[in-house]
Write a protein of this length. Structure first.
Length: 157
């Protein structure tokens, strides 16, 4: 069992993949997301532990990762200020791309470690029935979007 070389991601306006598409330099995946640093186990006050990030991943036309813009803007407990700050950062980054079109994309697995948080589309395929999903699976971190057969761009959360 293995992943395809390129994983399609379906554009869904006003939902989890509402800020993906193409630009003059290739493809992009943009998002505002909450994440916990590695080793942090959320407690009863999780909103003061969950970090808010503006995320812009860039890819070439073949789906190879070419870079990421990532910025921590505060904690969930600081909301709405942390989310508003992330929205402004992401808006500025997207305004810096030429010829943006929101649409389906197809990208290859990649990983970026930033601020002790894992970002990326990571192969989580395993043959162990007690671990993973028992089939080829790619997970987008930290968003928690899972991609699998029939590889049509739809995802599980």
């Amino acid at each position: 069992m293995q992943l395809p070389d390129v994983i399609p991601i379906k554009y869904e306006p006003d939902y989890r993949t509402g800020r993906i598409g193409r630009h003059a330099g290739g493809q992009f995946f943009a998002d505002i997301t909450g994440a916990y640093q590695e080793g942090v186990r959320p407690r009863h006050d999780w909103w003061n532990q969950q970090r808010i990030y503006a995320v812009l991943h860039l890819f070439d036309e073949s789906g190879h990762h070419t870079g990421s813009n990532l910025r921590f803007t505060g904690f969930r407990g600081d909301s709405p200020a942390a989310v508003e700050a992330a929205e402004q950062v992401l808006s500025d980054w997207l305004a810096g791309l030429d010829a943006v079109t929101n649409c389906n994309i197809a990208i290859r697995p990649f990983r970026v470690d930033f601020d002790n948080v894992v970002f990326g589309l990571i192969d989580e395929t395993t043959d162990d029935p007690d671990k993973g999903h028992g089939r080829p699976w790619a997970e987008l971190y930290p968003q928690g979007l899972g991609f699998h057969e029939p590889w049509n761009g739809e995802y599980d959360t």
